[in-house]
Ligand binder design. Structure first.
Ligand code: SF4
Length: 299
């Protein structure tokens, strides 16, 4: 069995920098991480073991009690930042998220209504909507409304698939022939590289293994892309979750990973796939089913 790795996958520089900033802090016991620095259990546990406290993304209404607060790469709104007055803020906001905030502010000040292609309630999206409450957040093409306003700036959560962003922009233009509509393509470069890489990979493989956490949006999207093409797929966080039986009958398997997945986790899964490949020979294939893969992808 041949295992082909995606040309671009795994952790982006924004998340890597945030984790390395956290590890360089001298007083982790005085710091609360706001939300998940990365959707990866092991990385999060390592930080808790160092002494960091953690506050869930759903608990934003309450302020952390610690003197220090670490803002993750997803960033926060100015409104939320002002609530943290008096705390020491360790700000690891990704510069590509800061760029989105700056563009949002500029267009808002020019009288545009923001139309954001992204996931409602996602922490990065809250970083915009808490400052500009009339922002229209659009999750799907079907939910674009026809009366958004006369001046619209269409932008994207940084991890939105580019084709979805483009389609949403086109639909906004189509439904607002008399409005001034600006396109601000804020899908970040690492996301685009990973999307292009998975597209190329899926053309070459019979099934896909994705390494990443169950709460990682972009990890699940990789599985969805395989599913759309009818390819069996499975999401795992570590090699122990791989069952060699799933691979019987396959000769080419693809490997990709979400942006929250550390390089060593990907390497461990890759090594295990190579081992499985030696055990499971296509010529003795029998009984591989898509069902096993696809049902696990959503577990
Ligand atoms: S996904 Fe893009 S915007 Fe988000 S942290 Fe990574 S590089 Fe930055």
């Amino acid at each position: 069995m041949l295992v082909i790795q995606a040309q671009a996958m795994g952790m982006c520089f924004g998340v890597e920098d945030a984790i390395s900033s956290a590890h360089s802090l001298k007083n982790p016991q005085d710091v609360t991480i706001l939300g998940e620095i990365v959707h990866n259990r092991r990385v999060q546990q390592d930080l808790l073991d160092l002494g960091f406290a953690s506050q869930g993304e759903q608990e934003r209404a309450e302020l952390p009690v610690s003197s220090g607060v670490l803002v993750t790469a997803h960033g926060i709104s100015d409104a939320y930042r002002s609530r943290l007055q008096g705390k020491t803020i360790i700000d690891t906001t990704c510069p590509l998220v800061t760029r989105v905030h700056k563009m949002a502010r500029r267009y808002h000040e020019q009288g545009y209504r923001l139309v954001l292609a992204g996931k409602k309630g996602h922490v990065e999206v809250l970083g915009i909507t808490e400052d500009y409450p009339d922002t229209e957040v659009i999750q799907s093409l079907e939910s674009v409304s026809a009366n958004l306003g006369p001046k619209l700036a269409v932008l994207a959560q940084t991890t939105t698939p580019s084709d979805l962003f483009e389609a949403i922009f086109e639909r906004v233009v189509e439904l607002h022939p008399h409005s001034q509509v600006e396109k601000l393509d804020t899908v970040c470069k690492p996301t685009k590289q990973r999307q292009q890489a998975i597209g190329a990979l899926l053309k070459r493989v019979q099934a896909l293994v994705v390494v990443g956490g169950a709460h990682s949006n972009n990890t699940l999207r990789l599985c969805e892309q395989a599913e759309k093409l009818g390819l069996p797929n499975v999401r795992v966080e570590d090699p122990t979750e791989l069952n060699s039986e799933w691979f019987r009958g396959l000769s080419v398997v693809g490997l990709s990973a979400g942006t929250s997945t550390p390089a060593d986790a990907i390497a461990a899964v890759y090594r295990r796939l190579l081992e499985i490949g030696r055990l499971v020979r296509p010529q003795i294939a029998r009984g591989f089913t898509n069902k096993v893969f696809t049902s696990r992808a959503h577990s």
